[in-house]
Design a protein around this ligand. Structure first.
Ligand code: PMP
Length: 436
């Protein structure tokens, strides 16, 4: 860490702790492509893409161009009481790219949190029912209703669980003795919960991300959405973290042939600017009118950027690129870490990669302290990566990552894991960072 980076990081104490989730003293001055630069000039390979928000990498020319054009001649400052070409255009683009019935609407918001919050509230209003089925260790938002259905927040005690939400286990092929039996048990539980006819909707991540990057068994999502349709329960598929090209398909739910009723987007949609969306039936998202109001939602700058992001994703075939780069990263890492007992599992489609750290491959006992040390060591070595679910490295670089950058990622990840497990990381320095 350069001294100017340390200085900047120290000044950050004026920013409220409630919005901090820190794993090492990262201070950044600029970014380009897959690289971030600290004050003082040290470069770091970004293997998080700011929790996937920088899907196109940093400073993509199409994004810079769109933002510059929109801010130079802004068509007002929000979509609340006026229409402009990019708000309507973005809604049209999202409808065209998201499979579903013709009669759908698009809510434009600021963050994954409000997209999910609004989807949940609208589902309750449209059905006249209150209960929500969600999954343990899920993450759908950091405020409001979306926070209340997030298992991760319940686990942390930052919000209390209420009888309005039931949390079911998310099938975990790495840990289940029989994954298909786990799927069957979840489906049975859904059926049981719905028997009282008071369930408004089920909300699910196509890949459990903050809960530990768990990839469910093939078919799980399709069976779940089919069952909910039969039971007349709306499904909300939360694509905020892992959608938009990252899994090797445009949408993560596509991999499984699932057809959710509502789909929410965020993070990568805005390339770092605050924008999100919920796409779903008109009968759900049109009512009650004027009940989800954010003054600058649908604003000209964020919508112009989001349209540019979608255009680049499609025209540059980034889903395909994510599939290829992901294959290279996973196989490179599997080969390089074959002799490291603490690497229990390397999983995930495309550039949604989880590296589960354990005490040993036989016991599969989670190694959370090791994960904290590995991400800290990575930062020392020159890469940014966080962990989820306590002991799983979340490797989600920008989709534009080049092959030689993938190879650097493999090298740095392997070295950091090796260094941490050999005790070459200052455990006391790591303890200053609470992480999750
Ligand atoms: N859904 C998922 C799956 C997420 O991972 C997150 C963020 N971790 C959110 C929703 C909330 O998004 P935001 O932080 O942009 O509100």
């Amino acid at each position: 860490m350069t001294s100017s980076a340390a200085e900047l990081y120290a000044r950050d104490r004026v920013v409220a702790g409630v919005e901090k989730l820190r794993f090492f003293p990262l201070a950044v001055e600029s970014g380009h492509g897959c690289w971030l630069t600290e004050p003082g000039g040290r470069r770091l390979l970004d293997l998080s893409a700011t929790w996937t928000a920088a899907g196109l990498g940093h400073g993509h020319p199409a994004v810079v161009d769109a933002a510059h054009r929109a801010i130079s001649r802004p068509a007002g400052a929000g979509g609340l009481s006026a229409v402009h070409p990019d708000s309507v255009g973005l809604a049209e683009d999202l409808l065209a790219l998201t499979p579903g019935d013709p009669d759908r609407r698009v809510y434009l918001g600021h963050a994954g949190t409000d997209a999910n919050d609004v989807a949940l509230r609208c589902a309750r209003f449209a059905t006249g029912k209150r209960r929500v089925i969600a999954f343990e260790h899920s993450y759908h938002g950091g405020l409001g209703v979306a926070m209340g259905v997030s298992g991760v927040h319940i686990d942390a005690g930052s919000v209390a669980s209420t009888p309005d939400t039931v949390f079911l286990p998310y099938p975990n092929p790495y840990r289940a003795a029989d994954p298909q039996r786990e799927v069957a048990a979840v489906l049975q539980a859904v059926e049981r919960e719905c028997s009282q006819d008071d369930v408004a909707c089920l909300i699910v991540e196509p890949i459990l991300s903050d809960g530990g990057l768990v990839v469910p068994p093939p078919g799980f999502l399709a069976e779940l959405t089919q069952l909910c349709r039969r039971l007349d329960v709306l499904t909300i598929c939360d694509e905020v973290k892992v959608g938009l090209g990252r899994p090797g398909t445009l949408h993560a739910f596509e991999r499984d042939g699932a057809t959710p009723d509502l789909v929410t987007f965020g993070k990568a949609l805005g390339a770092g600017l605050p924008i999100s969306a919920a796409v779903g039936p008109a009968a759900v998202l049109d009512q009650p009118v004027a009940s989800a109001l954010l003054t600058t939602a649908g604003n000209p700058v964020c919508t112009a950027v989001a349209r540019a992001v979608l255009d680049v994703l499609v025209k540059e075939g980034l889903a395909q690129r994510a599939a290829e780069a992901g294959r290279r990263l996973r196989s490179g890492l599997a080969e390089a870490t074959a002799g490291l007992e603490c690497v229990g599992d390397i999983r995930g489609p495309g550039l949604v990669i989880g590296v589960e750290l354990v005490q040993d491959r036989q016991s599969k006992t989670p190694a959370p302290d090791l994960a904290a040390q590995v991400v800290y060591r990575l930062w020392e070595l020159g890469a940014v990566c966080y962990y989820v679910g306590g002991n799983v490295l979340e490797v989600t670089p920008p989709l534009v990552i080049a092959d030689d950058e993938v190879d650097v990622a493999v090298e740095l990840l392997t070295r950091a894991i090796d260094d941490a497990q050999s005790g070459r990381v200052d455990a006391e320095a790591v303890k200053e960072f609470a992480g999750w």
